[in-house]
Ligand binder design. Sequence first.
Ligand code: PEP
Ligand code: CO
Length: 464
Amino acid sequence: MSASDRNSNLRAVNLPADWSPTSWRERTALQLPSYPDAADLESALQELRQLPPLVTSWEILSLKQQLAEAQEGKRFLLQGGDCAESFDQCSSDVISNRLKVLLQMSLVLVHGMRKPVVRVGRFAGQYAKPRSADTETIDGVTLPSYRGDMVNAPAFNEAARRPDPRRMIKGHARSAMTMNFVRALIDGGFADLHHPEYWNLSWVGHSPLADEYRRMVNAIGDAVRFMETLSGSEVHNLNRVDFYTSHEALLLPYEESMTRQVPRHWGHFNLSTHYPWIGMRTAAVDGAHAEYFRGIRNPIALKVGPSVTPDQLLRTIDLLNPEDEPGRLTFIHRMGATAVAEKLPPLLDAMRRDGRRVLWVCDPMHGNTESTSNGYKTRRFRNIRAEIETSFELHAAAGTRLGGVHLELTGEDVTECLGGARELTESDLERAYRSTVDPRLNYEQALEVAMLIVRKQAQIAAPA
Ligand code: PEP
Ligand code: CO
C-alpha cells in the first residue's frame, strides 16, 4: 500500500455521513434527459448494477498519486480525446490512431520537459454531452436535442431523439471494448520506446513537423542504445506505460449504477472511469453533480469557465476536497484566448491567498469555439496556442503552476480546426469535417500543440 493510500485510508473517519450514491437525486440535476418510461429506466439501471466494472480501485488510487505529483510539478498531465465518442466509431483504427497520437505527444512532452507525463484519454465512456438547449427545431418540427450516444441518436426524427435507457448498457459495452483493446495494445508492447515507429500514422511522412519529430525520436533511440550498451542489457520498463481514462460524468443515473464499494478499501469508487470530470454547465456547487462527486474516492476534475468567481471556487473546494488531499481535485480552466488574461488571475490569486492547492490544467478548446461563414463550428489554432501560452505566463506571474492540458483531438486526418503548420483554411473544413459535436485537433495540430508546450515551458523556466 502506498503512503498516500495509507493516508487516505485514515480519512475514513471523515466520510461524508450524509452522502450516498443516490443523494444527488435530492438536488437540481441539469442536463439530464427525461426518460419517457420510469420502469424501463429502472430495469436498465438494475442490469448495469450487475455488470462488471471498467476500471479498478487500485488503478484509480495510483492515478491519484500521479496527479498529486503533477500538482507538485513533478509530472505533467496530458488529457485528450474526442469531444464525444460515438458507437459507430468504436473501431480498431479509431482507437489505435488516437492512442498513437497521445503516445507521440507524450513522447514530445517527456523529452522536452524532462519529466514524466500522466496520460489520460477522453475515451471508453465519453458518450454523454451537455447541450445549450433542451430541444432543437428544424422546419417547424421540435425534438429533444441530441445528448450523446449513451442517451439518444443524432438523426433528426422522433424515434432517434427519444432518450433510451438501453443505450447506457450499450455504452457500457462499447466502453469495455475500447478499454479492452487499449489494455491489450499497451500490454502487448504497443507503447514500447524501442519501437516508436509503431505509432507512426500513414500521413506523418508528409507533415511539415515530420523532421522535428523524427530528429527527436532518433535522439531518444540513441540515448536508449547508449544506456543499453553501457549496462550490457536491455533497459526495461521502456516497453509499457500507464494509460488512464476519463469522461464527463454527466449522466448521473449511469454513474450511480457504476459506483461501488470494493474489498479492503473504505468508501465508494466510480468504477466506470478513473478520472471523471464535471462540465462547465453542471458545475454549480449546490447542484446534483457536485453532490455526487463529493462522495466518490476517484480523483476528480471540474471545468472552470469565465463566469466563475473566486468565492464560488473556494466553496467548491470546501465541498469537494475539504481535507486538501493531494491529487484529489483538478481545475480545468477554459476561458478563451481573449478572456483568459482578465478572468484567470483573480481565481489564482484567491487560491494562493487562501493556501488552497489543486492541479491546474488548461483546456484551450472550449472557450475558443466559433462558427465560420460557411456554417462550420471550428476553432483557430492561433487562439488555442494563445490560450495555452498566456496560461503558462499567468500561472508563473501568480506563483501557481500550470500542470497539464486538456485537448479535443483525434488520430484521424480530419480538417475541423483552422490553422496550424499546414495552415488549414475555411475551405479546407469542407474536405474532412467529421465531428458531430466539437471540432478536434487533427494529428498534426495535436503534435504541434505538444511542441509549443515544450517551448513555452522552457521559456517560462528560463526567461531570456
Ligand atoms: C467538453 O469538454 O466537451 C465540454 C462540453 O466542455 P465544457 O463543459 O468545458 O464546455
Ligand atoms: Co467538447
